[in-house]
Design a protein. Structure first.
Length: 223
């Protein structure tokens, strides 16, 4: 897909790297974004994850585009995931054990919640066409329902495993956290942290050969 050229994942998430290997990106380089993730929670979840993922991609692109030692990257992939409560509250990684327990109890008691993942893919253009890169984005939404029969004791035991401590919403559906979930509506890999089908489509778009803007629809340069 990106043979012999640098592909970068602008994330420190090992699960996203594992997911990307499923679509042929086995040797992707991990370079986490250093951009602050401090957008206001007053934004809609859609806008919040979209802007965050785009900022991550742009941050790494700006740092790596003139990398003399390694050469410019051929592809940069960034993603951001948030869990949104039924009341519309954006839930990211829990900041304490107390918050972690309260978050999971709230998700259990409120019924359905939603998971949004934004993906941003960037590639530099060989031409000098402004702005010098191609950028494609996508936001995926999946609805998740916790099992209402999950006990407080089970939630506490799960929190003690620390599996969900570094995950949006405080749980990982791909691990032990699956015991909390009754069902989902939408794509499973989106809840894990990267919607693969949509990501592959974005990669294909940004890696497509450039079209000459001077050509008309028939491929001829007008006189």
């Amino acid at each position: 897909m990106v043979k012999g050229r640098r592909a970068i994942l602008a994330s420190a998430s090992p699960r996203r790297k594992q997911l990307l290997s499923q679509i042929g990106l086995h040797n992707i380089e991990i370079i986490p974004s250093t951009a602050p993730e401090n957008l206001p929670k007053s934004l809609s979840p859609f806008e919040y994850v979209l802007r965050t993922a785009s900022q991550k991609a742009m941050n790494v692109y700006s740092a790596e585009i003139n990398n003399a030692a390694k050469g410019e990257p051929a592809l940069i992939i960034a993603a951001d995931t948030v869990v949104v409560s039924q009341a519309g509250q954006i839930l990211e990684k829990p900041r304490s054990e107390k918050e972690h327990i309260a978050t999971l109890k709230g998700l259990r008691d409120s019924g359905w919640h939603k998971v949004y993942t934004a993906v941003a893919c960037m590639a530099p253009l060989e031409s000098a066409r402004d702005p010098g890169y191609a950028l494609e984005t996508h936001v995926e939404e999946t609805a998740v329902k916790f099992d209402p029969a999950v006990s407080d004791e089970l939630i506490l035991a799960y929190v003690k495993t620390r599996e969900g401590a570094d995950k949006a919403g405080g749980y990982g559906i791909q691990g032990i956290g699956s015991i909390l979930v009754e069902r989902i509506e939408g794509t499973y890999d989106n809840v894990v942290g990267l919607p693969l089908r949509a990501t592959l489509q974005l990669i294909e778009k940004v890696m497509a050969p450039e079209e000459d803007p001077e050509e008309d629809d028939e491929g001829l340069v007008p006189l």
